[in-house]
Ligand binder design. Structure first.
Ligand code: URA
Length: 242
């Protein structure tokens, strides 16, 4: 037996909070009967849950880690028929990416059909750690790297403290490889941070998401998450509320 709002969220219809609103607004029925209280529990395979008269399509939840190549869109569909991340995972489930990487960014991205899990991981409150390797134009001064770590003023506000380290420099080509660890997930954040210090990104890769890395994978490769990895990710979204 599971809580009704959890079952709705898991089906990817809405976040758990939104699911609660759907219930209290009288838009949810269980076995044809309207339910407006929040305590109700249901048995996923037995009880027929409908939102606005539409049955929940409850799939078994699946979780994948993909090494997204650059030149691929972080979406479950694309009108222009371009390559999308779901092309790289063989499953009959309706998976979609957890958050996004830019078209030109390569690296680690998670895919799932578990809406609640995806919503929780993307919630800014949980600040999941993400590690990027950027090749940038020019060689950033130490002071600029420090500023980046302390927080930069971007058009959508100051960035939270981060960690940055120059890994190598190429004096002849005037480029540097910088490792950047951030907790936020704003749109194009890494590129905007480097732009803000005057060293635009030439190439970007996400190497780590929480405890997960690209170990043993090549671009385009992926694997299902192990149950303990899913559990660890889940724990990050319940034990660290701010
Ligand atoms: N930051 C960016 O600028 N791009 C990404 O794809 C991810 C983080």
């Amino acid at each position: 037996m599971e809580r009704l709002q959890k079952v709705i969220a898991q089906a990817g219809v809405a976040s758990r909070r939104k699911a609660e609103e759907l219930i209290t607004a009288g838009r949810v029925t269980v076995n044809g009967k309207k339910v407006t209280e929040l305590g109700v529990k249901v048995t996923p395979v037995k009880d027929k849950v409908e939102v606005d008269g539409v049955p929940l399509d409850r799939e078994e939840p699946v979780y994948y880690l993909l090494y997204k190549p650059s030149g691929v869109i972080s979406a479950a569909k694309d009108d222009k028929n371009r390559q999308i991340v779901t092309d790289y995972v063989e499953t009959d489930k309706r998976i979609y990416p957890v958050g996004r990487l830019d078209y030109d960014t390569s690296g680690l991205i998670l895919l799932t059909n578990d809406g609640e899990f995806a919503n929780a991981l993307m919630h800014p409150r949980y600040n999941i750690e993400k590690e990027y390797i950027a090749k940038v134009k020019g060689i950033p001064e130490r002071e600029l790297i420090k500023k980046m770590e302390a927080g930069l003023r971007l058009e959508d506000g100051k960035t939270a403290p981060a960690k940055a380290k120059i890994m190598s420099i190429d004096k002849r080509k005037q480029t540097a490889i910088v490792r950047l660890i951030i907790h936020e997930g704003r749109n194009r954040q890494v590129r905007r941070m480097f732009e803000a210090i005057g060293h635009p990104v030439m190439k970007l890769k996400r190497e780590r998401y929480a405890h997960l890395t690209l170990e043993q994978l090549k671009p385009g490769g992926g694997r299902p998450l192990k149950p303990f990895e899913v559990k660890q990710l889940r724990e990050l979204t319940v034990t660290k509320p701010s």
